[in-house]
Design a protein around this ligand. Structure first.
Ligand code: ATP
Ligand code: MG
Length: 578
C-alpha cells in the first residue's frame, strides 16, 4: 500500500491556518488525533478513510468529510484511503464510482489506496463464521414483520427470537447454504447475538448478513448474501488498520456495535469511531435519495446541473477546488448540529475568483447607443485592465467604435432621483474609454426604446476628464461590430424555502422548487476576448458577476454560467453580527 507521504508532493494543501501551529486552536477531532499521536496510541500512526457508498454523486457535505479525513491524515503524514462502501448491490453503479474518484481528485486530494468493501467479502464471511463458532451469531428465520415485532421499541425491550439458541453446527450449515444460494431473499438472516433488552436498539441482535439475489457491480454473481453496513464498515476499517474512523453524528448510536465487533474480532490496534456534525446548508437538500429524485424526474439537467449542491454541479457552476476547501476550513468541525448559510459558500468562491478571474466586458440585455460625433469608420483599441487585484495580469486592447452596446438596465428615460447611470442629458464614463452623454432616445412604433443617440468627449480618452469634471457612474460596454454573441445562464436558489428538507404538512420538497432558479439569456453580447476562452475558463463580467464557460459551448456558440453575482450577502451578514 502506498502511503500518503509518498503521494504528498503535488497534493494541494488545504488553505487556512495550519492547525496546531502558531497556537491556532484545533477542532475537537484534530485535538483527539494530536493527543493520540503524542501519546503513542495506534503506535503514533494516523490512518483515515473516506468511505462513500457508490449510489450517487458526491455533494458539498461529502466535501466536508473529505477535507477532514484527507486533511487530518496530511497533517500527520498519515494515510487516507478512498474506500467504496459497496455492500448494497441494487443501488450501486460504476458510474458513481468513477464520478466519486473524479470529484475527490478534482478537490485536490490523492488517496493512499483505492479500496472496496466488496474486496473483503470473503474475509467478512470468514469473520461471520468465526462469530457463529464462538456462539456470538446465529441464523434467524423470522420473517421481516416478525423480526420487527420481536425487536421491541424505544421504550420496550425486545424479545429473543425462537431461533436464537440454534446449535452452532446448525447455524454453520444454514449460513453456508445461504451463501450457496439455497434460499430465496428474506428467508433467513445472520444476526449477532448481543442483547435483545439493550436500551440501544442497534444492540438488539443486529442483522449482519441478508440474502439478496442480485448482481454486484464488482463481484457479479459470486455472492447472493451481502453484509450489512454496520458489519462491513468496522471490519473494513480494521482490515485497513484505520486508526480514526470519522463519521457523521447519525452513527453515534451505532458506535457500541462498532466497538462490540472490533473488540470481538480484532486483536491489538483497533480503530476508533468519532462522530462529527454533518454539513447542512439552507435552501439546499443534501440527501442522495432526494438528489437522485431531482435527476430522475428531470427537475434538473443531471447530477452536474449547475444548481445542484453536488461537487460536479459546483464545478460546472464555476466553483474552484480552492474555494470549496476554503469553505470547509471556515465552517470547521464540531459535534453540534447547525445550518450554514449558503451565502457563506458563495463568499468563498467570490473571494477566490476575485483574485484569479480576469475581467471582461459583456452586456446581458443589450441596448445600442450611437455616438453621433464619433467618426463612422474609426475603431480605437483602448487599454483595459485585466484584473485590478492582480497587476501582473496586465491590460488588454478592447475595440471601441461609434456604435456600442450598453446594458439596458443602465439606462432610464425618466430616472428617479438616485439613479446616476445614463439618462437623457446625463454624462457617464464608459470603462477605460470616454465620457459620453445621451442626447436622444429613438423609439419604435409601439413606443419601445430602439436605440440611443449620444456624444462622446474626445478629451476624456482613457476615462478621465482633464478638467477634473466628474461623473457618478462607470458603465461596461461592447462594440457592436466586434461583439461576440453568447448565451448566458443565470442561476438562483434551487429551492424557495430555507429548509426544503423539512417541508410543511401536505407538501413534498419537490413542491418547494424555485420556478425561477434558471434564467437563460440567449442573446448577450461580449467583447472579442471571450472567443479564446476554453470550457471551464472563469472570468468576471464586469459589474455582473463571475462566470465560467459551460460544457454545452460549441465553437462560435459560447455558453456562460453565472457562478455568483458580485454582491456579497455574506460579508454584510457577518458585518452585522460583528
Ligand atoms: P445519504 O445521503 O443517502 O444519507 P450519505 O451521505 O451517508 O448518504 P455516504 O456515501 O455513506 O453517503 O457518505 C460518505 C461519507 O460522507 C460518510 O462518512 C458520511 O458520514 C459523510 N457525509 C455524508 N453527508 C455528509 C454531510 N452532509 N456532511 C458531512 N459529512 C457527510
Ligand atoms: Mg451513508
Amino acid at each position: 500500500m502506498k502511503t500518503m507521504a509518498d503521494d504528498h508532493a503535488g497534493t494541494a494543501a488545504a488553505p487556512g491556518p495550519t492547525p496546531g501551529e502558531g497556537g491556532a486552536s484545533l477542532d475537537f477531532i484534530r485535538a483527539i488525533v494530536a493527543e493520540d499521536a503524542a501519546t503513542g496510541r495506534h503506535h503514533g500512526r494516523v490512518a483515515t478513510r473516506f468511505p462513500p457508498e457508490p449510489n450517487g454523486y458526491l455533494h458539498i457535505g461529502h466535501a466536508k468529510s473529505i477535507c477532514l479525513n484527507f486533511g487530518v491524515a496530511e497533517e500527520h503524514a498519515g494515510t487516507c484511503n478512498l474506500r467504496f462502501d459497496d455492500t448494497n448491490p441494487t443501488k450501486e453503479d460504476v458510474e458513481y464510482v468513477d464520478a466519486i474518484k473524479e470529484d475527490v481528485a478534482w478537490l485536490g486530494f490523492r488517496w493512499s489506496a483505492e479500496l472496496y468493501a466488496s474486496d473483503y467479502f470473503e474475509r467478512l464471511y470468514q469473520s461471520a463464521v468465526d462469530l457463529i463458532k464462538r456462539g456470538k451469531a446465529y441464523v434467524d428465520s423470522l420473517n421481516p414483520d416478525e423480526m420487527r415485532t420481536y425487536r421491541g421499541t424505544l421504550t420496550e425491550p425486545g424479545r429473543n427470537s425462537p431461533y436464537r439458541d440454534r446449535p452452532v453446527a446448525e447455524n454453520l450449515d444454514l449460513f453456508a447454504r445461504m451463501r450457496a444460494g439455497e434460499f430465496p431473499d428474506g428467508a433467513h438472516v445472520l444476526r449477532a447475538k448481543i442483547d435483545m433488552a439493550s436500551p440501544n436498539v442497534n444492540m438488539r441482535d443486529p442483522t449482519l448478513y441478508r440474502i439478496r439475489h442480485a448482481s454486484h457491480h464488482r463481484t457479479g454473481d459470486a455472492w447472493c448474501i451481502y453484509p450489512m453496513y454496520d458489519f462491513a464498515h468496522p471490519l473494513s476499517d480494521a482490515l485497513e488498520r484505520i486508526t480514526h474512523s470519522l463519521c457523521t453524528l447519525e452513527y453515534e448510536d451505532h458506535r457500541p456495535l462498532y466497538d462490540w465487533l472490533v473488540n470481538t474480532l480484532v486483536d491489538g490496534d483497533r480503530p476508533q469511531q468519532i462522530e462529527f456534525a454533518r454539513l447542512n446548508l439552507n435552501y439546499t437538500v443534501m440527501s442522495k435519495r432526494k438528489l437522485l429524485q431531482l435527476v430522475q424526474q428531470k427537475h434538473v439537467s443531471g447530477w452536474n446541473d449547475p444548481r445542484m449542491p453536488t461537487i460536479s454541479g459546483l464545478r460546472r457552476r464555476g466553483y474552484t477546488p480552492e474555494s470549496i476547501r476554503d469553505f470547509c476550513a471556515r465552517i470547521g468541525v464540531a459535534k453540534k448540529e447547525n445550518v450554514i448559510d449558503v451565502a457563506q459558500l458563495e463568499h468563498s468562491v467570490r473571494e477566490d475568483l476575485n483574485r484569479r478571474a480576469p475581467r471582461v466586458m459583456a452586456v446581458l440585455r443589450p441596448l445600442k447607443i450611437v455616438l453621433t460625433n464619433y467618426p463612422e469608420d474609426r475603431v480605437e483599441e483602448v487599454d483595459v485592465i485585466n484584473n485590478p487585484e492582480d497587476p501582473s495580469a496586465g491590460t488588454r486592447k478592447v475595440p471601441f467604435a461609434r456604435v456600442l452596446y450598453i446594458e439596458r438596465d443602465d439606462f432610464m428615460e425618466n430616472p428617479p432621483k438616485k439613479f446616476f447611470r445614463l439618462s437623457p442629458g446625463a454624462e457617464v464614463r464608459l470603462r477605460c474609454a470616454y465620457f459620453i452623454t445621451c442626447t436622444d432616445v429613438v423609439k419604435g412604433d409601439g413606443g419601445e426604446i430602439v436605440e440611443l443617440r449620444g456624444t462622446y468627449d474626445p478629451a476624456t480618452r482613457g476615462g478621465d476628464a482633464p478638467d477634473g469634471r466628474r461623473v457618478k457612474a462607470t458603465l461596461h460596454w461592447v462594440s457592436v461590430a466586434h461583439a461576440v454573441p453568447v448565451e448566458v445562464r443565470l442561476y438562483d436558489r434551487l429551492f424557495s424555502i430555507e429548509d426544503p428538507e423539512n417541508v410543511p404538512e401536505g407538501r413534498t420538497f419537490i413542491d418547494t422548487l424555485n420556478p425561477r432558479s434558471l434564467e437563460v439569456i440567449g442573446a448577450a453580447q461580449a467583447e472579442p476576448a471571450v472567443a479564446a476562452l476554453d470550457v471551464e475558463a472563469r472570468v468576471q463580467f464586469e459589474r455582473l458577476g463571475y462566470f465560467c464557460v459551460d460544457s454545452d459551448s460549441r465553437k462560435g456558440a459560447l455558453v456562460f454560467n453565472r457562478t455568483v453575482s458580485l454582491r456579497d450577502a455574506w460579508a454584510k451578514i457577518s458585518q452585522k453580527t460583528r
